[in-house]
Design a protein. Structure first.
Length: 543
């Protein structure tokens, strides 16, 4: 979802399991990027990355090259306008050094660089080919003995690419960052972990990060930011998480802390999280597993702290946000505004529209939107995702609509017409989404609802008639009579005695069979109609 600076909803859409929501500029245009897929792989996932344009249409999708599925942890558009993303691939490995079998199994921390428009693979790197399993900090914990439970020894969770064409990779379970040659895949240096190549000029504070996330180069490659989670959940020590801004000197191989970002209410985020340097110079830290974010000044002063779940649930994982970002974004949806009228109150919303300043209420007696020339009734400032608009008491029009107006006074779009009856007990809602079956003028919606209602009651009446007829035996008698008529035609229209035409002379077995037949027929007919309550109410079109 997208929220404004006051925490009010701007845009949302259900996609299923989503992660890593961000904004990237690609070839001069801004895109929303995010992952959708199966996140049930115990700490990672398999899915697809989406890029939506400013009208929220899918412009590009990337699912992984060489038959591999894209993982949820990282999607990053590089300076070369390529995309890099993480992958978790099951591979056999000798894990005796960790107390496992020679023929063990691992989740291989992998990343790919691809062409965004063609998904052509440009570069692929695997931890198993360049990193020593002995350098991990998290043990097997019972995994790795078979293919069904591979050992996630590396846990790749972020990738960055610098102007030199080399990559910075975060290995969470190794407590280190690795700088990788973009041509050979070989390790150039390691920061943190068991084999750090840097001298820490901050007395250990620059290299003692653990279980980290979201490492990024800054200042033309002379600095790095990351979230030091300092926690990984049950079974391990948990300490407050911090944002880190580090200065690195690759000539002298030294590192020191430039800034630390501590929340004044210590948050122990056991997974996920992010750190972003804003255009203003402020720093935004997202706490991932703990449902909160904090904006700091560059020097570390807390400017704003927000949470979207109770603090007591921060360590439960009930509500999480993988990463949190703050970006300028202009949304121009290709839908129309949604509009509702009820009594002397109207409401307007437009999912994803960022440039609406005011809503203008208009009325007309013409029922066709394309030919109507509505009259101005009132105007109100936009107030949150949905704005309530009073309908003037002297309004006499049969149809109403709203226009979305920008701060410059330009009309951005107008809703479809909604039939207005102030005496009605039901709200009328007009959808602005052409993919919605209830899109269009409210007269069309009324026609659809009336049709569905008539169809529903007709189906119910027929079903009830058949059920009653079978229950009482009339239908069975009629069916028997029809069969008898056919036999009569074959034998010259001789008629049986009337006393054999009724249920009173059927055997017990025959009666039981007719009741069973009635139950099956009744269930089938009664179950085939729509829900009476939903179809009879205009609320079925509420979004």
């Amino acid at each position: 979802m997208i929220l404004d600076h006051k925490g009010r909803l701007i845009w949302t859409k259900p996609y299923g399991h989503t992660y890593n929501f961000n904004v990237y500029n690609y070839k001069g245009q801004d895109y929303l990027t995010f992952w959708v897929g199966d996140d049930g792989k115990v700490g990672h996932g398999e899915g697809t990355y989406y890029m939506l344009d400013s009208s929220y249409q899918e412009a590009f999708t990337l699912s992984g090259a060489n038959g591999l599925a894209a993982d949820l942890h990282e999607f990053h558009i590089t300076l070369d306008e390529t995309a890099v993303y993480t992958i978790y691939d099951i591979r056999p490995a000798d894990i005796r050094v960790a107390g496992g079998p020679e023929n063990g199994w691992i989740w291989d921390g992998t990343f790919q660089e691809v062409d965004i428009e063609t998904n052509e693979l440009l570069f692929e790197w695997r931890a198993s080919e360049h990193f020593d399993i002995a350098d991990v900090y998290r043990g097997r914990e019972g995994s790795g003995e078979d293919k069904e439970r591979p050992w996630d020894y590396f846990h790749i969770n972020s990738i960055d690419k610098d102007a030199k064409g080399n990559f910075l990779v975060s290995a969470r379970y190794c407590n280190c960052l690795i700088y990788i040659d973009g041509r050979t895949g070989e390790t150039i240096w390691t920061l943190g972990g068991k084999r750090s190549n840097f001298t820490d000029l901050s007395g250990g504070a620059a290299t003692n990060f653990t279980w980290q996330h979201h490492a990024r180069f800054r200042d033309n490659g002379t600095a790095i930011t990351l979230l030091d989670n300092s926690s990984r959940g049950r079974g391990a020590p948990q300490y407050p998480s911090r944002g880190l801004y580090l200065d690195i000197d690759e000539t002298n191989m030294t590192v020191q802390v430039r800034h630390e970002y501590w929340n004044e209410y210590p948050i122990k985020s056991q997974s996920q999280g992010s750190i972003q340097i804003l255009d203003s110079g402020n720093v935004l830290v997202g706490y991932g597993f703990s449902a909160a974010w904090t904006e700091f000044s560059m020097d570390g002063e807390v400017l704003c702290h927000a949470h979207f779940a109770p603090g007591r649930d921060f360590h439960t994982g009930k509500v999480v946000s993988y990463r949190t970002f703050k970006h300028p974004w202009v949304g121009k949806p290709n839908t129309l505004p949604d509009f509702e009228v009820y009594a002397y109150r109207a409401a307007a919303s437009w999912n994803g529209a960022t440039e609406v300043s005011h809503w203008v209420l208009e009325g007309t007696n013409e029922k066709i939107s394309e030919t109507a020339q509505p009259t101005f009734l009132s105007a109100v400032p936009k107030d949150g995702f949905e704005t309530v608009i009073p309908i003037p008491n002297d309004t006499k029009f049969k149809y109403l609509r709203v226009r979305a107006v920008s701060a410059k006074g330009e009309t951005l779009a107008a809703s479809k017409l909604a039939r207005w009856d102030p005496t009605s007990n039901e709200a009328v809602v007009v959808s602005g989404d052409s993919n919605d079956p209830f899109f269009g003028d409210s007269d069309k919606i009324y026609a659809i609802v009336i049709f569905l209602t008539i169809a529903l009651f007709s189906t119910a009446a027929i079903g009830a008639f058949l059920w009653f007829g079978v229950k009482k035996g009339y239908l069975v008698s009629w069916l028997r009579s029809r069969r008898q008529d056919e036999k009569d035609k074959e034998r010259g229209n001789f008629q049986p005695l009337k006393r054999f035409g009724g249920d009173e002379d059927l055997s017990d077995v025959e009666v039981e069979d007719s009741v069973e037949f009635s139950a099956l027929l009744g269930d089938q007919l009664l179950g085939s109609g729509p829900d009476v309550e939903r179809a009879g109410s205009m609320d079925v079109v509420r979004r």
